[in-house]
Design a protein around this ligand. Structure first.
Ligand SMILES: CC(=O)SCCNC(=O)CCNC(=O)[C@H](O)C(C)(C)COP(=O)(O)OP(=O)(O)OC[C@H]1O[C@@H](n2cnc3c(N)ncnc32)[C@H](O)[C@@H]1OP(=O)(O)O
Ligand SMILES: O=C([O-])CC(=O)C(=O)O
Length: 373
């Protein structure tokens, strides 16, 4: 007979990884041994994706080669182009991305191979395509043309340009780039676990990423950043504390708070809080930042919970001019670097992931004819 399960697999070690590490009690996060506080604001998203996928921070030559690979990867296949308009009409952003990445696999020259070199090429292509898919989807639903990706611009700069239709300021690009770095990987989070379960059947990288996108979408995971903004938009700025208390009294969850692993401040929230404040002040209306600060104080006092990565990311994206319903899609643009690196790692040392379950149903049932049931 199987043991009792740990609900939600809390504290269960499900895989070995050299990609990221968290100390939840100390509030520390490392990508391949580098402290997130050392990477954030100093390392670009491109360098971070290289670190995760190739195992080391790139030197100038390696970064140039990887950058070229990303630039070459910034194109969408025929199936995506032919279907994006109808998809944009009928599907919400995360549903659409799930579909579009699946369609993109059809045009990937390496789709049938899980070999290490093919996986590295697919990882770069998926990382290059994801921001383009979001922008193409957004353009299709708004009936606008997106500016062609500029090979001279970074992933962050191109994305902001394509989504907002205006040239972002250098500081906005720095801030958004840092957001991408902060969201790139996070040990055995739900979407990464989903990707690894899929990859462990020796399925392909695109299938694993589609599983991950569907998993990130939920409001208990990546979907929380959109819900944070919706909460802020629905609250009277003068009634923040009371609204939070009422929600807690009604046993409602406050989106953007709590974390399975961090029991102290999420180290990424420290950076995102500062960015939200800076952008709020620069915008001339920092109401949402101030409301967020008040929510943070009340939730900590009432429940002892800290904001997670999704909480201040919401207002940062808002101040950068990103539409609220694209927030989780933005998360996927960054986490693509981590998901693909985890698939590479899983395929490199694979065993089928197949845990056990505890049976809690009826036993010794007697079968009867259909007319007798
Ligand atoms: C990128 C990311 O995925 S970060 C997480 C994004 N998700 C969110 O922000 C959604 C809100 N947060 C949550 O739902 C949870 O904190 C999770 C899903 C992140 C972690 O969940 P778990 O580790 O399973 O904790 P669980 O949901 O069991 O909560 C434990 C207790 O804290 C409470 N709690 C946890 N988070 C919250 C919250 N945001 N608001 C109010 N209460 C909360 C629970 O109600 C529960 O209380 P109880 O013991 O009195 O029943
Ligand atoms: O790790 C988790 O459970 C959730 C997650 O993806 C993150 O915090 O970035």
């Amino acid at each position: 007979m199987a043991d009792k399960p740990t609900k939600g697999l809390a504290d269960v070690v499900a895989a070995s990884t050299a990609l990221s590490d968290i100390d939840g009690k100390a509030g520390r996060l490392f990508y391949r041994g580098y402290d997130i506080h050392d990477l954030a604001g100093r390392t670009t998203f491109e360098e971070t994706a290289h670190l995760l996928q190739h195992g080391k921070l790139p030197n100038r030559e390696q970064l140039a080669a990887y950058g070229d690979e990303l630039v070459r990867g910034r194109s969408l296949g025929n199936l995506v182009q032919a279907n994006v308009a109808e998809i944009a009409e009928k599907q919400e952003p995360m549903e659409a991305l799930r579909t579009l990445v699946s369609l993109a696999s059809a045009d990937d020259p390496d789709k049938d191979s899980n070999a290490a070199d093919a996986n590295l090429r697919k990882a770069a292509r998926l990382t290059a395509q994801q921001p383009l898919l979001v922008a193409r989807y957004h353009a299709a639903r708004t009936g606008t043309e997106i500016p062609e990706p500029d090979p001279e611009l970074s992933v962050a700069a191109n994305f902001l340009l394509q989504i907002t239709g205006r040239n972002p300021s250098p500081r906005e690009v720095e801030i958004f780039d840092e957001c991408l770095v902060l969201h790139a990987d996070h040990t055995m989070n739900a979407s990464t676990f989903a990707a690894r379960v899929c990859a462990a059947t020796l399925s392909d990288m695109h299938s694993a990423v589609v599983a991950a996108i569907g998993t990130l979408k939920g409001p208990l995971h990546g979907g929380a950043n959109e819900q944070v903004m919706r909460t802020l938009e629905s609250i009277d700025p003068a009634g923040v504390a009371q609204t939070v208390r009422d929600k807690l009294a009604a046993h409602e969850k406050i989106m953007g708070f709590g974390h399975r692993v961090y029991k102290v401040e999420d180290p990424r929230a420290t950076h995102l809080r500062a960015m939200s404040r800076e952008l709020g002040e620069a915008s001339g209306d920092d109401t949402y930042y101030r409301m967020s600060k008040e929510m943070e104080e009340v939730v900590l006092a009432e429940k002892g919970l800290f904001p997670n990565v999704d909480f201040f990311a919401a207002t940062v994206y808002h101040y950068l001019g990103i539409p609220t319903d694209l927030f989780t899609a933005v998360f996927s643009v960054s986490r693509m670097a981590g998901w693909t690196a985890h698939v590479i790692e899983q395929h490199a040392d694979n065993r089928l992931i197949r845990p056990d379950s505890e049976y809690i149903g009826e036993r010794d049932q007697k079968w009867t004819q259909i007319d007798e049931r």
